[in-house]
Ligand binder design. Structure first.
Ligand SMILES: Nc1ncnc2c1ncn2[C@@H]1O[C@H](COP(=O)(O)OP(=O)(O)OP(=O)(O)O)[C@@H](O)[C@H]1O
Length: 233
C-alpha cells in the first residue's frame, strides 16, 4: 500500500496552524495552547521563550506529535500528522523528527556510540555503515575517540547532551525539537550547546525549535518567539 509518507520527498519543515490544546482541570479544562500558529523553515533556528507554565513544553509535545491537539493542524514536511493513523504517525516521527529532551535520557549501560546504534534495528542500515555514521555524528558534535566508547556516567553533563543531540540527528530529521537543552549546564557549556545547535541547523538544514527560559542564550538563534498563557507572539 502506498501512503502519504512513502511519496514524501520535499522538506518544508514544521507548521502549526491554529493549534489549541487543553488539559482536564477538575470540572473544567485548562487551555495550554491557544490558537497557536508557527512556521519554521528548513535551516531556520527558532527559540520559544516564556515563563514557567506558559505552554512551551506543550507546544513541543504537540509539534513532536506526542500529544494530539484539540483542534488545529500540525504539518511535518507538509504532512498533516492529525490525518495519519497511529502507525503512520509513529513512522513520521521516526523518519522526520529529532527530539532532544530536557534531561539526557540515555541508557546507563550503553556507550555513546551504542546509544545511536540502538536505534538502528528500526532503520535497516548495514551495521558497519551505521557504526561509521554514528561515529561521524558524535565527532561532529565534539565527541571523539575514546569518549565515544564511554557510558553516560563517564561523561560530563554537556557531553551527555551532545550524545543526545547526535542521537536525535541519527535519523536525518527534517525537524529538530529541543526542550531546555541547557537546564543542567553552566552558562558557558549552555552557550556551547546553543552554538552547536545553530551550526547543526545550518549543516543539516533542520527546522529547529528550541524551548528555553534562559534569555542569555538567545544570541545565536534566528528568531525568538514569546509564549504567554498559551499564546505565541
Ligand atoms: N498533563 C497535564 N495535565 C494538566 N495540566 C497540565 C499538564 N501538563 C501541563 N499542564 C498545564 O498546562 C500549562 C502549560 O504547561 P507547560 O508544561 O506546557 O508549560 P511550560 O512553559 O513548558 O512550563 P515550564 O517552563 O515550567 O516547563 C501549565 O498551566 C501546566 O500546569
Amino acid at each position: 500500500m502506498t501512503t502519504a509518507l512513502d511519496t514524501l520527498t520535499t522538506r518544508t519543515g514544521l507548521a502549526l496552524r491554529d493549534v489549541t490544546l487543553t488539559y482536564p482541570d477538575g470540572e473544567a479544562r485548562l487551555t495550554a495552547l491557544d490558537a497557536v500558529s508557527l512556521d519554521v523553515a528548513p535551516g531556520e533556528f527558532t527559540a520559544v521563550a516564556g515563563p514557567s507554565g506558559s505552554g512551551k513544553s506543550s507546544l513541543l509535545a504537540v509539534a513532536a506529535t506526542l500529544l494530539r491537539p484539540d483542534c488545529g493542524e500540525v504539518l511535518i514536511d507538509g504532512v498533516d500528522a492529525g490525518a495519519l493513523g497511529d502507525r503512520e504517525r509513529t513512522a513520521l516521527r521516526r523518519d522526520r523528527l529529532g527530539i532532544v529532551f530536557q534531561q539526557s535520557n540515555l541508557l546507563a549501560s550503553l556507550t555513546a556510540v551504542e546509544q545511536l546504534l540502538v536505534l538502528e534495528s528500526v532503520r535497516g542500515r548495514r551495521p558497519r555503515e551505521a557504526r561509521r555514521r554514528a561515529e561521524e555524528l558524535l565527532a561532529s558534535v565534539g565527541l571523539e575517540g575514546a569518549k565515544q566508547r564511554r557510558r553516560p556516567h563517564q561523561l560530563s553533563g554537556g557531553e551527555r547532551q551532545r550524545v543526545n543531540i547526535a542521537r536525535a540527528l541519527f535519523g536525518e530529521p527534517s525537524v529538530l525539537l529541543v526542550d531546555e537543552p541547557t537546564s543542567a549546564l553552566d552558562h558557558e557549556r549552555g552557550a556551547q550547546i546553543v552554538t552547536l545547535l545553530a551550526e547543526i541547523t545550518r549543516a543539516h538544514s533542520t527546522a529547529t525549535v528550541m524551548v528555553t527560559h534562559d534569555r542569555d542564550l538567545l544570541g545565536r538563534v534566528d528568531r525568538v518567539l514569546e509564549m504567554h498563557d498559551g499564546r505565541l507572539s
